[in-house]
Design a protein around this ligand. Structure first.
Ligand code: C2E
Ligand code: CA
Ligand code: CA
Length: 644
């Protein structure tokens, strides 16, 4: 029995909740309605209830037959009117639905009905509250008040016409009518206010959102797309290319000598220069191309449909626009640029790879001073063999697989050893000895060179200390790369190592290749000046193979010029080389520099150089690079005089 009861009540609850759900859906209505139509729809639901109530009430009301017919007639009119409204709502027709018309029709229907059913004193008066409530909700205070006042006035006239005046019933019902207007229009106003506040907040957050979005995707200083945005555009271009079968070109541009502008004029002016780059580049490009700033003085240009030929044309154009002087703070300044080019699909199928490869090409262009370069896998440390070698080099540094050999430098007049150059060797456990030419460029491209240089500096200074302990005082020269000079921690690292091994700075010399120096002389100058201030001496290595400007040479605080061995090798037979070496010696001497000739392999070259006034000699003729112990032995043998 109890079970059946429980079962029946469960069925009842299920039914009740489904009815509740249906009623809820009826109240909420379709989701695509505008606010005014939704309001009309709900008022219509109220109207249906009103008609139902009236129909029952009239049935219970003692009325004469004719009056009854007339009253039901009015109700029928209300029914037809509601059906019309329903159709209009279904058609989302808001024109006549909103505003006065429904209120007016409601009022008219009431005005027709009320006299039939007993006038304002009858309980049917209550329907006027409904009309006033809907007017207040729809039309607000002023118009709702007008309606209430009109009803009260008609009521009063009716009463006066009937011979009675203002009484308690009239006062209460009219008063409540006004109260109703006040309350509903208050709700109406509050709803409008919160809607407006919400709309404003929405607007603000939209504005804020778009500002944040802009900030996330555009560079603050230049307003150019930033790295994130560039990635998106590259991906977009690569996807589009797939269907159009064209290639995408990405150019990475790094300014040369930009640091000099910053140092000379200050950062604000450096910023002014960076701001001029975007417009200049845009002039050289076509509408669909993108100029982006990657950071610092590095920019990128995306050509969504370009082959190698067009990419090179654009690179040349861009270089020309950078080569034109920039006007900054009433001065004209010159910067240059190096451009790396990578193409998709040839060099990469996604934005990360493409950017990295354009960057590799840019470094190649910078190092060779060629202006621009297209990516070549041979120059890339990311090719599998190179990747493996990089991993091994990292381990080699930790496992002390590197060693140093030393090559003497001797005075051409006195034949006295005036120093040694430390040269690194990699004793690979499987591959045997790997020459520096194979792994140094790789390390330079990946940044691992900083670790190599640190290792070399440490090992060279440790050797220097050992020699000093044995009473041998030979200055040691160490090769550093462009990347080391661009590392602001370098001077501090060198100071730390000098202290660690108790070696005076005058015993250390740093060799930097001419190309490395000239890639960005202003940046290099910074580190060189700091090292020199500490008392360390500086040499320009491989002189003659780079593109030094005489202006820079004069400004660089260097001590030594090492003429590249390619000029020394055929000095005895090649008139051109002879002229170059002679010019280099005289230029270097004019600038107060010591001149070293590298790669001397025979006595004839030695003699020539001595006669040309060259100061120091280095080469197989004097001594091959050798382990520290062998060098000391040969020094002992010759009492410091090494040349034959
Ligand atoms: P470099 O600085 O010009 O070093 C001189 C190179 O010339 C050495 O080659 C040396 O063995 C070679 N050499 C010396 N005398 C003669 C000669 O009479 N004839 C010929 N044909 N060659 C001679 P190595 O040791 O193979 O070094 C090659 C390059 O690798 C160096 O050129 C230097 O640029 C770089 N390197 C070597 N060690 C280091 C290092 O510790 N750090 C950095 N950053 N680079 C290094
Ligand atoms: Ca060197
Ligand atoms: Ca050299």
């Amino acid at each position: 029995m109890a079970g059946r009861c429980l079962c029946a009540s469960a069925v009842f609850w299920v039914k009740l909740s489904s009815v509740r759900e249906k009623l809820g859906a009826l109240w909420v209505g379709p989701s695509d309605l505008t606010r005014p139509i939704m309001l009309e729809r709900r008022l219509l639901l109220g109207r249906w209830v009103g008609i139902g109530v009236f129909a029952i009430a009239l049935g219970l009301h003692p009325l004469g037959a004719n009056t009854m017919v007339a009253a039901y007639g009015v109700l029928a009119l209300a029914f037809i009117y509601s059906l019309t409204l329903l159709r209009l709502i279904k058609r989302r027709h808001s024109g006549v639905l909103v505003g006065f018309v429904p209120t007016l029709v409601d009022g008219l229907l009431c005005a027709l009905m009320l006299p039939l059913v007993g006038g304002f004193d009858s309980p049917y008066y209550a329907v006027l509250y409904a009309v006033v409530v809907s007017a207040g909700m729809r039309l607000g205070f002023a118009r709702g008040l007008l309606l209430a006042a009109a009803i009260a006035a008609v009521d009063l006239l009716w009463r006066i016409g009937g011979g009675s005046g203002v009484d308690a019933a009239f006062t209460v019902r009219s008063g409540v009518l006004f109260m109703t207007v006040l309350l509903t229009s208050y709700l109406h106003d509050e709803a409008l206010k919160s809607e407006a506040a919400l709309a404003e907040r929405l607007h603000h957050s939209e504005v804020l959102n778009s500002a944040l979005e802009h900030q996330a995707l555009y560079d603050l200083l230049t307003d150019l797309p930033n790295r994130t945005m560039l990635h998106l555009r590259i991906e977009e271009a690569i996807t589009a290319r797939r269907s159009e079968h064209t290639s995408v070109a990405l150019l990475v541009i790094d300014l040369d000598r930009f640091k000099e502008v910053n140092d000379t004029f200050g950062h604000q002016y450096g910023d002014l220069l960076l701001q001029q780059i975007g417009p200049r580049f845009s002039d050289a490009l076509e509408p669909g191309d993108t100029v982006a700033r990657l950071g610092g003085d590095e920019f990128a240009v995306l050509l969504p449909a370009a082959d190698a030929v067009r990419a090179e044309q654009v690179a040349r154009k861009l270089l020309r626009t950078i080569d034109r002087s920039f006007s900054i703070a009433d001065n004209w300044v010159d910067v240059g640029g190096s451009i790396g080019i990578a193409l998709s699909p040839e060099h990469g199928a996604d934005s990360d790879v493409l950017l990295r490869r354009a960057d590799v090409a840019m470094y190649v262009a910078k190092q060779s001073g060629s202006g621009f370069a297209i990516y070549l896998p041979e120059q890339d440390q990311h090719s599998p063999d190179r990747l493996a070698l990089i991993g091994e080099l990292r381990r080699a540094i930790q496992n002390d697989e590197l060693t140093l050999v030393y090559q003497p430098k001797v005075d051409l007049e006195t034949r006295q050893c005036v120093g040694v150059e430390a040269l690194v060797r990699w004793q690979h456990p499987q591959r045997g000895v790997i020459p520096p030419d194979r792994f140094i460029p790789l390390a330079e491209q990946t940044g691992l060179i900083k670790n190599v240089s640190r290792w070399v500096l440490n090992a060279a200074l440790r050797q220097c200390r050992e020699w000093r302990a044995d009473g041998i005082e030979i200055p040691i020269a160490v090769n550093l790369s462009m990347r080391d000079l661009h590392d602001s921690d370098l001077p501090e690292i060198v100071v730390g190592l000098l202290k660690r091994w108790g070696v005076p700075p005058s015993q250390l010399m740093v060799e930097i290749t001419e190309n490395g120096l000239m890639a960005d002389p202003a940046r290099a100058l910074h580190s060189i000046a700091a090292l020199r201030l500490m008392g360390i001496r500086i040499a320009i290595d491989d002189f003659g193979t780079g593109y030094s400007s005489l202006a820079y040479l004069k400004r660089l605080p260097v001590d030594e010029l090492k003429i590249d061995r390619s000029f020394v090798r055929e000095l005895a037979s090649d008139e051109h080389d002879l002229a170059i070496v002679r010019a280099a010696i005289s230029l270097g001497h004019d600038l107060g520099l010591r001149i070293v000739a590298e790669g001397i392999e025979d006595a004839e070259t030695w003699d020539r150089l001595r006669r040309l006034g060259c100061d120091v000699a280095q080469g197989y003729f004097i001594g091959r690079p050798m382990p520290a112990s062998a060098l000391v032995a040969s020094l002992d043998r010759s009492q410091g005089v090494l040349a034959a």
